[in-house]
Design a protein around this ligand. Structure first.
Ligand SMILES: [Zn+2]
Length: 191
């Protein structure tokens, strides 16, 4: 049994292939465990420090495919995320109860500056001035989405929204803007 602390460690180089393989296996197990919460593996992980930490370590294996909608479907939406955010988000998804996870969609994640420019121009038209548009859309290059540091959820129901807000902090995440209850970033992302 690999201790839960080790599950989150990164392997620095090819000099330790065995450790890398063990780590990959542990991550796969952790993900499987988080998805099937009554397995012996899950219970073992729980004993070793709780499902949340173990689930967070499973990031490499988390498949967001069935949770992507809208702008989340862009090819670079997930791959363009900052690794830390990707890891935290993966942990959050892996830890979510099945019925919640199914209602938690990603409608935007990484956005290239080109995509941001399109959104910005649309917002300028819609809100009439840069000042008004700025509340809802950042100018090109200025959005946390452009650096892979933000994700927008689409909630399938109120329970999914409530769960996300109650559990974000457990996964090192937060919703920095009260008026955008769907926009999540790493905790401390704004100083
Ligand atoms: Zn956002």
């Amino acid at each position: 049994m690999i201790e839960q602390y080790d599950l989150g460690a990164s392997v620095a180089g090819p000099y330790n292939m065995l450790a890398a393989m063990q780590l990959a296996k542990a991550r796969t197990n952790a993900l499987r465990a988080a998805q099937q919460q009554d397995t012996p593996v899950y219970n073992a992980l729980k004993t070793h420090g709780g499902p949340t930490r173990a689930a967070a370590a499973s990031m490499d294996g988390f498949d967001f495919t069935s949770h992507l909608v809208g702008g989340g479907l862009r090819e670079d939406a997930i791959s363009g995320l900052a690794p830390d955010l990707h890891a935290a988000l993966s942990g959050m998804y892996a830890a979510a109860p099945d019925d919640i996870r199914q209602q938690l969609y990603i409608t935007s994640a990484y956005r290239s500056p080109e995509v941001q420019e399109r959104l910005w121009n649309d917002a300028l038209k819609k809100y009439g001035s840069a000042e008004a548009a700025r509340k809802w859309v950042a100018p090109p290059g200025r959005s946390h989405h452009n650096s892979g540091g933000a994700v927008d959820f689409k909630y399938g129901n109120d329970a999914a929204r409530a769960w996300a807000h109650e559990n974000a902090a457990n996964h090192g995440l937060h919703f920095p803007m009260e008026w955008e209850p769907w926009h999540i970033e790493l905790a401390g992302s704004r100083g």
